[in-house]
Write a protein that binds this ligand. Structure first.
Ligand code: PMM
Length: 277
């Protein structure tokens, strides 16, 4: 069973997207065998958890059917859980979460925090699994139109606190809840940087915090002239690792990354710099 106590070092959640169109690595691991092999490679590189997703959340992505999402993720969840890996299922659908837990998933990671499927909270409450509640303002198709805040950090924290309240009222135990500010979801680049700068305020909610900045576009725009194309996702792992270092220094519970090795290295540096107890 995974600990939800924030340790001195964040857990590393390795991303396995079994999708043809994820922004960050779309199509690379679409076949089950490739996805399983990739998951094993991430474990070998030091991942503590593997986050398996069958639906791309990139802006404008077409939603697969439930049957298609199940077809994509179940063989991968089953095989990697059978290896003994701690697997989280990245889904907004209760039916997919239920089947994945049945197949061995230990965590449900829902980018909608239970908003996209009214059955999700009951399923998670009954399953008793940890539940990642990410800050979300609607499906990717038009989410950026809702990237409007008075104070993005205060608003995101208030929204997350409200969701946590509602989910507890729907039977999910507080000690099973993890929050995530949802970098890149209904957020501009400036919103993402502000959330990172003031990460302490998210941590102050008093729940484990998952940070998912990996390969997101705001990192691709670093050092790129205004108006030019951002660097491709494959060139964003170094800056991702530095955000993992930052997350570690602020006490995040876990970081969700595509490239595990570079983040493990960054967390090793954070460990070395930590005042010895
Ligand atoms: N909890 C959580 N889950 C997520 N799932 C997908 C993506 C974006 O897609 P990707 O898998 O291609 O990174 N980002 C997050 C995130 O930031 N937090």
């Amino acid at each position: 069973m995974i600990s939800l106590e924030a340790g001195p070092r964040p857990l590393v959640m390795g991303v396995v997207n079994v999708t043809p169109d994820s922004f960050s690595d779309g199509g690379e691991w679409f076949e089950p065998e490739a996805a399983i092999a990739h998951g094993r490679a991430l474990l070998a590189a030091g991942a503590d958890v593997l986050d398996i997703g069958g639906e791309s959340t990139r802006p404008g992505a077409e939603r697969p059917s439930v049957e298609e999402e199940l077809r994509r993720v179940l063989p991968v969840v089953r095989e990697l859980a059978a290896d003994g890996a701690v697997v989280s299922i990245d889904t907004m659908r209760a039916a997919v979460a239920a089947a994945a837990v049945e197949a061995g998933a230990a965590i449900v990671n829902d980018v909608s925090g239970g908003l996209a499927d009214g059955e999700m909270a009951g399923l998670v409450a009954a399953a008793g699994t940890p539940f990642v509640v990410m800050h979300w303002r609607g499906h990717s198709a038009d989410m950026q139109s809702r990237a409007v805040y008075d104070d993005v950090v205060a608003d995101v924290c208030a929204d997350l606190a409200d969701r946590v309240e509602v989910l507890q009222g729907q039977g999910i135990r507080r000690q099973n809840l993890i929050v995530d500010p949802g970098f890149g979801f209904a957020k501009t680049a400036e919103h993402n940087w502000t959330l990172l700068r003031r990460l302490d305020e998210v941590i102050a909610l008093g729940l484990p915090v998952l940070v998912g900045t990996s390969r997101k576009t705001f990192l691709g725009r670093l050092g790129v002239p205004e108006g030019s194309e951002p660097r491709p996702p494959s060139e964003r792992d170094l800056s991702t690792a530095v955000t993992s270092f930052h997350a570690a220094r602020h006490g995040a519970w876990a970081v969700r990354v595509h490239d595990v090795a570079s983040t493990v290295g960054a967390l090793d540096v954070a460990d070395a710099l930590r005042e010895s107890p």
